[in-house]
Unconditional design. Sequence first.
Length: 284
Amino acid sequence: MPFAARWCLPLLTAITPVCAAAVEPSIPWAYGAYFGTGYYELGTGEETYVLSIRPGRRWRNLAPDRPRGAIGVELRVPVAIGAYHLDVTDLAGSLQLDNVSTVSAVPGVEIDVPMGERWSLKPLAYVGWGTQLDGDASAWIYWTGLKSRVRFGDEDFQWALVNSLTYVGYSDNAADRGNSLPLLTAFEFSRPLGEKKIAGKQVRLHWQVGYTDYLNEVDLNPAALAVTHTELDAEWELGMAFSTGADRLQLWRFKWDRVGLVYRFSPDGEFRGIGIEFRSLFDR
């Protein structure tokens, strides 16, 4: 079942769909590692809960003498789990083995290539594997693409135009294949939030609006069980987050560029979701 929505991907950022009340989830599980932590629902009632983590390592100063700017490389390992239900007041219980339905890991690399003072390109490639713990299904999962960001403004008010084209696919052990081709166009904005500070650091407010055109239509319902089918051909997203500027937010060993929420919905109202945001669209 093809599906690939262009959603969050930072620390809690690779994903796996989650079954609700032993019912098939709203998003095909094999695309889990490309999604972000959140809750997603179809107009026909299917639901998906998502928990994920995306650890990685950044090298920002490769080729420091390059005239257009140093090249940055990031290795990332999106690890995703799916659960039958999610209780935010009892995360430990939600992560117990008998509640986990799927697991996936899709390591990859992203290369940040400055093309000028304000313009950067980022080619990326990921490949990995996932499985259903309560069944025999498993799949190879992969995606590759190219992102672009052009920045404007100054410290008092920053904004950027972000574009990306990604090919996402899977091949499972039943010889079924799926793929999707999401094309994203989005604007991001950022400014200081008055005199507000966290641990002595200036708080910044970030907000975004994006539109994804699925160049091949996506069937969100598992074909074997679905009575009706929901086709996703486009998606809007609206997000808001907070950060402490260049200083990353940290809790124990986890670090985030920012923390916020994203609301996603299809123009026809048949798909909607609330996700958690930890990075800019260019980096997620």
